[in-house]
Design a protein around this ligand. Structure first.
Ligand code: 5AD
Ligand code: SF4
Length: 473
């Protein structure tokens, strides 16, 4: 048994070597071969991608994926810790499994992901949730089978979570959710320590993958027929800083562009590390998509400072305008937190001012949620929840107005879309994304899933577009 420790998770040692190693296969207990598993993933794209690995490893050991929880012999919840509501969802789901286990006592339940790295959560699981069979963290996903086998061998709850700097394991089996668009990790962990954020504690230090490994993964995906890849990291713009003297995201983007894969995206960008060279690459390489997710978090310099964001509103606006002016047809989205401790109505007005100035294509907006062990948790917070929600509501009205306007500007134009499946709203239509990441519901008489097609945009909504495939117009 190994338990997480927030003090250890916070340590950073620049002289310590990050281990890079290949995945080593371990056979699962023979009684589990042929059994059915169910994986539920919460949270960001990096976690989605980890979920693909959890499935890949289980499939590689001869287990079978099932669609619903009630069919499962083994259920794994791959969790997110970013806000309290992510916690609530997981504990709610665990309750369901508990009920199910009453009639299926042999069913196994495992917890992994960011919540598994939180000391408070694991203490609670250990003392109150004895029906959870095993827990592993973000640093030992590749050792998941050992953790499960130990639980089966001893019959006791097995918790194996490490609060370490982290490592880089290559070649973990994956069962990708899409056949057309794939996630590719480029940098793991985070060293920014924004005062509200739990990620540097749950995902370890900032560590880049070797560019050779990234390029060969992209080449492999291309040869398997993937049309699009998204380079992933908590802060992709810091790529290479920990590892190379003179190789950064702009070099990586050029090299990935040279593979000839049709579409390249990257998320998430921290304004701090965004260089002019990176903007040039996005503008110059046709297969690097004109879409940037650039979290601002707040428009008040006082709050940005308290958040530890290391830029001012003016610096953000300079960068924002540089990207807008240099990259043709770019769309820019952002993240905003309201109700951070100390945020006054005036600070909030500064945030509304920035939104009015930037006219973002879209924004993910959140009410501040204190995370145990982060510096912001200890700041005095005198805004009550009703006021926070009221600010969130006002912010969303402004944000939605601009995303609607940005979408309206697309009406009448022809946009290239990668079609990823049937439309969720209307089975007779298809669903795809434009180069600048707008969701389009497409009329097409032919099955165009997996293809990049030209679509004439007929109508705009706040969160999506409606269009017709050009051949049909
Ligand atoms: N409370 C509210 N929102 C948060 N985010 C991160 N931590 C918190 C928190 N404690 C938001 C930020 C980040 C996005 C992924 O989640 O806006 O960019
Ligand atoms: Fe992803 Fe952050 Fe949630 Fe972890 S806490 S799953 S890194 S969003």
């Amino acid at each position: 048994m190994n338990l997480p420790n927030m003090l250890e998770a916070k340590k950073r040692d620049k002289n310590s070597n990050i281990e890079i190693y290949d995945y080593k296969e371990v056979k699962i207990d023979e009684n589990l071969v042929g059994k059915k598993f169910f994986v539920r993933t919460y949270g960001c794209q990096m976690n989605e991608h980890d979920g693909e690995r959890v499935k890949g490893v289980l499939l590689s050991q001869g287990l079978i994926e099932c669609e619903t929880l009630d069919e499962a012999d083994l259920a794994i919840l791959n969790t997110c810790a970013i806000r309290e509501n992510a916690h609530d969802k997981v504990f709610g789901f665990m309750g369901l499994v508990k009920k199910m286990k009453e009639s299926k006592p042999d069913m196994l339940l495992g917890i992994c992901g960011c919540m598994a790295q939180e000391e408070v959560v694991v203490d609670e699981i250990k003392s109150k949730y004895k029906y959870v069979d095993f827990v592993f963290g973000t640093h030992n996903l590749d050792k998941m089978i050992e953790v499960i086998n130990e639980r089966v061998r001893t019959g006791r709850q097995n918790i194996e979570v490490y609060s370490i700097l982290g490592n880089v394991c290559e070649g973990i089996p994956e069962r990708r959710d899409s056949k057309y668009s794939a996630w590719v990790d480029i940098i793991l962990g985070c060293d920014k320590f924004c005062t509200y954020c739990i990620v540097p504690y749950t995902r370890g230090t900032q560590r880049s993958r070797k560019y050779e490994d990234i390029i060969s993964e992209v080449n492999r995906l291309k040869s398997e027929g993937y049309k699009e890849i998204t380079l992933l990291g908590q802060n992709v713009n810091a790529y290479g800083k920990d590892f190379y003297e003179d190789y950064n995201l702009s070099n990586l983007l050029r090299d990935v562009s040279d593979t000839g894969i049709e579409r390249i995206r990257f998320v998430t960008s921290h304004p701090w590390d965004f260089t002019d060279e990176m903007i040039d690459v996005i503008a110059e390489c046709d297969n690097v998509m004109p879409y940037v997710h650039l979290p601002i978090q707040s428009g008040s310099d006082k709050i940005l400072k308290l958040m530890g964001r290391k830029y001012t509103k003016k610096e953000y606006l300079e960068l924002y305008n540089k990207i807008r002016n240099r990259v043709k047809g770019v769309s820019i989205t952002t993240d905003i937190i309201v109700g951070f401790p100390g945020e006054t109505e005036e600070d909030f007005q500064c945030t509304l001012d920035v939104v009015n100035e930037c006219k973002f294509d879209g924004a993910f907006t959140f009410a501040f949620s204190p995370r145990v062990g982060t510096p912001a948790e200890k700041l005095e917070d005198n805004t009550n929840i009703e006021d926070k929600n009221e600010r969130l509501h006002r912010l969303n009205e402004v944000v939605n107005k601009y995303s609607n306007e940005a979408n309206q500007r697309c009406v009448g134009s022809v946009m290239k879309c990668l079609v990823i499946g049937k439309s969720e709203k209307d089975e007779s239509k298809y669903m795809g994304y434009t180069e600048n990441m707008k969701l389009v519901n497409i009329v097409s008489s032919e099955d165009v899933i997996g293809k990049i097609v030209e679509v004439k945009i007929d109508e705009a909504k706040s969160f999506s577009l409606n269009g017709t495939r050009v051949e049909e117009c």
